[in-house]
Write a protein that binds this ligand. Structure first.
Ligand SMILES: [Zn+2]
Ligand SMILES: [Zn+2]
Length: 758
């Protein structure tokens, strides 16, 4: 009798067609035994002459979306199996490890079948296989088996079942398997909530006509509803902006195919790869020629447009019929989170869309589309939003020893969970200063904790008492009697970038450049232009931008002209006065002359101030708008003069950096009529020089960067070009530099028991 071996595989091995693959391999190698999913991953018992070859074959040829993190191969009690089988998952009480898989974009094979008139899934908008389809967005519980997902209510027809049970079929054991006969159905409504059709061909035809005539469609995608309209139709885009109350914030554009994208944009190899990846995110690209018509309305005043490909079969069908690019943006009322359930869609979306396309499969984990960019020179990857396709972000082998929940920040919220040596960071959950977003945050967090069966031992949150995430954490801690830890915002940023680069155990001292818009500091002031050191598990604040008055709290973040007023300290009254009414001017002067209580070192506000001085933006309609215009202007200039390396002098005073010296020179340049693009570029270069000066003076050799300011791809390029030869530089990789990474930084703190802050 042949020996029997137990094979355990851990990693991303569920919901990716692993068991069918093992089954087929077993047949090839003449192996008997079984394979099953368990809470540890995939478990195999194998008997036969070629068990070892079979084992290596599995490790080397695993399915596309699978990622084996660890594996073991052990001789076990010899058994005589009659054949090889896939057996149902075993529900184990004490789960050691579990992994959640993101949603996968439609694979090439399914795309072919979708357009093949002779295929039984021709034009079936929910075609999937073991390589592609919804995963995280429909998950209710682990492991990823049909009855633990929203597919539970769809019972496979005979033909589907046959595929599901046929080991030679690509849909063998595909948990999302369905077809026209047994699967998900569409319902097409007008904005009076009248049902127009449930027939796929009829619906596709009506959508096509609607798009042609400039109408707006709300269609339920993978992570939620998307609003679609003809990107070439200027009026349609204007209407969409008016209805969404979104005057300037950029919209993404979905193209029918890569060819059309390549016709319109500069696309590098890495960008092409990203567009076509299983995550299929929105990628910011530079148009080849100036934008026309509706396109100008997609990304007003910006030199890059967010572009992506149809990642779901339904979107593929709509786009291939229309055969022109469409605006595709999350369906939400301004400030709210993405609409994802049918009831709310019929209630809220008629005010945004002319037609609403529902389907009867529930979304359990709402997600916006992910957004990513590559800096133009060094091609550094910068994540701007983690959502569908990437979420949840998963870090393995973290030696967590403890189950910890971290609740994140306020804007660009997310949460993180450390459990069983893994850390998950949730999708972007929007700005939790809105009631609707708070409800979504709560629901997603509870769903997540439920599906991971997490028994939280420690909760971590921000220091800011007013953040929704802080209140959520406090409430949970009180209700369940769990210890609570509060971590300073920028230290969490620093910890996040250190941990993402495996630097927490590093003994050499590290410089952390943490620049963002706002966060409550240890001294109760608003930080945001800060330098930290990390050594021997200790984080200390090294130096920061000199404080300026934080005018009118949140209002300052919305009105760059106020930042200019505050930062310039009377140096530019003649330039700034015209930005205010006489009454406003007197009012703000009075405030500035009185003793103000709150001050800030925010780098985000410094960008705002410079943008306002250059007349780029006085009031912004979305976070980061002014800074984007400034980056844009500087980038245009840099393209023309890439050898230009002049900067403004910066004055250092022990731990305070006088950014006023920079502003003084900028104001003088403006008054001399200097080219604005050149000023904008010089400003960026001055920040790089400032970083180098801090590193040099304090003898740092390694520098890590975090905070929303590092979404600025020009700044990242300049830092790399100017500093990479002399310093080791570390940026975020899977996480965004913005506040989405705060929850990860928070979750790290209790894990490094000795970590100490001052
Ligand atoms: Zn597929
Ligand atoms: Zn079927």
């Amino acid at each position: 009798m042949e020996s029997t071996f137990a094979i355990q595989l851990n990693g991303i091995v569920q919901g990716v067609g692993f068991r069918p693959f093992v089954y087929r391999s077993a047949k090839t190698f003449g192996i008997t035994g079984f394979v099953r999913n368990d809470k540890d991953g995939v478990f195999i018992e194998a008997s036969g002459k070629n068990v070892e070859a079979f084992y290596h074959h599995i490790l080397e040829n695993a399915p596309q979306q699978a990622k084996i993190i660890s594996h073991s191969f052990q001789k076990t009690e010899t058994k005589n199996y009659p054949d090889f089988r896939i057996i149902e998952s075993e529900a184990k009480q004490n789960n050691k490890q579990l992994f959640i898989t993101p949603d996968f974009a439609m694979c090439e094979n399914c795309r072919k079948e979708l357009h093949d008139e002779n295929n039984r899934r021709y034009h079936y908008p929910f075609i999937t296989c073991t390589d592609c389809g919804a995963r995280y967005s429909i998950l209710k519980k682990l492991p990823f088996d049909r009855e633990n997902t929203s597919m539970q209510m769809f019972h496979q027809c005979d033909e589907c079942l046959q595929e599901y049970n046929d080991a030679s079929d690509i849909r063998f054991y595909s948990q999302t398997n369905s077809c026209k006969k047994c699967g998900i159905t569409l319902s097409f409504y007008n904005n009076k909530n009248e049902l127009l059709s449930q027939d796929v061909e009829e619906i596709l035809q009506q959508i096509n006509v609607a798009l042609q005539s400039g109408k707006i469609i709300a269609a339920k995608g993978i992570g939620g509803f998307l609003l679609l309209c003809d990107a070439n139709n200027e009026q349609a885009v204007k209407t969409l902006r008016a209805r969404k109350h979104r005057p300037t914030k950029p919209f993404a554009v979905m193209y029918p195919n890569l060819q059309q994208i390549e016709n319109d944009y500069e696309v590098s190899e890495v960008e092409k790869e990203m567009l076509q990846s299983a995550a299929a995110p929105i990628v910011l690209l530079q148009p080849k020629s100036p934008l026309l018509g509706g396109f100008r309305g997609a990304a007003p005043k910006l030199n890059r447009v967010g572009v992506f490909l149809p990642y779901a079969p339904l979107l593929e069908l709509i786009l291939s019929k229309f055969n022109k690019p469409v605006i595709a943006t999350s369906a939400n009322i301004s400030g709210d989170s993405i609409v994802y359930d049918n009831e709310k869609a019929l209630q809220d979306l008629p005010q945004l869309a002319d037609f609403i396309l529902l389907n009867n499969r529930d979304i359990t984990m709402p997600q916006d589309d992910s957004v990513i960019q590559f800096s133009s020179k060094t091609k550094t990857k910068i994540i701007l939003r983690n959502g569908r396709g990437f979420a949840p972000i998963h870090f393995l082998n973290c030696q967590t020893h403890k189950t910890i929940f971290a609740s994140g920040a306020l804007l660009k919220s997310s949460f993180a969970l450390a459990q069983n040596d893994s850390i998950y960071v949730s999708q972007y959950l929007g700005s939790t200063d809105e009631y609707d977003t708070q409800q979504t945050y709560k629901k997603v967090a509870e769903n997540f904790l439920n599906l991971t069966s997490a028994k939280i031992e420690t909760i971590v949150c921000d220091k800011h008492p007013d953040y929704f995430s802080t209140q959520f954490a406090k409430q949970k801690s009180e209700e369940q009697n769990i210890s609570l830890q509060q971590i300073q915002h920028h230290k969490a940023h620093f910890a996040a970038v250190l941990a993402e680069n495996n630097l927490l155990e590093n003994n050499e001292k590290m410089l952390g450049v943490v620049w963002d818009g706002t966060g409550l500091g240890d001294d109760e002031q608003i930080w945001g232009g800060d330098f930290f050191s990390y050594q021997n598990k200790k984080i200390e604040r090294v130096c920061h931008f000199e404080y300026v008055p934080n005018l009118l709290g949140d209002k300052m973040a919305k009105e760059p002209r106020l930042s200019a007023l505050s930062f310039c300290k009377g140096m530019a009254d003649d330039i700034l006065k015209e930005k205010f009414t006489g009454q406003e001017w007197n009012y703000f002067q009075k405030i500035l002359n009185n003793k103000y209580e709150i001050v800030t070192s925010s780098c985000g506000r410094l960008f705002d101030a410079v943008a306002a001085l250059l007349n780029l933006c006085d009031k912004q309609s979305y976070e980061g708008e002014a800074a984007l215009y400034l980056e844009n202007l500087a980038t245009e200039n840099w393209k023309k003069f890439s050898n230009f390396m002049e900067d403004y002098d910066v004055h250092f005073d022990e731990e305070k950096i006088s950014v006023q010296t920079i502003l003084k020179q900028i104001i003088s340049d403006i008054k001399c009529g200097e080219n604005k693009g050149k000023i904008a570029l010089k400003f960026h270069l001055s920040l790089v020089e400032m970083i180098e000066t801090v590193a040099r003076k304090n003898e740092f050799k390694k520098i890590a960067f975090s905070g929303g300011v590092f979404q600025n791809s020009l700044l990242v390029d300049l830092i790399k070009i100017k500093l990479e030869k002399k310093y080791q530089l570390f940026f975020h990789q899977k996480l965004s530099p913005n506040d989405e990474n705060i929850s990860f930084g928070q979750v790290i703190f209790p894990l490094i028991a000795q970590i100490d802050t001052e």
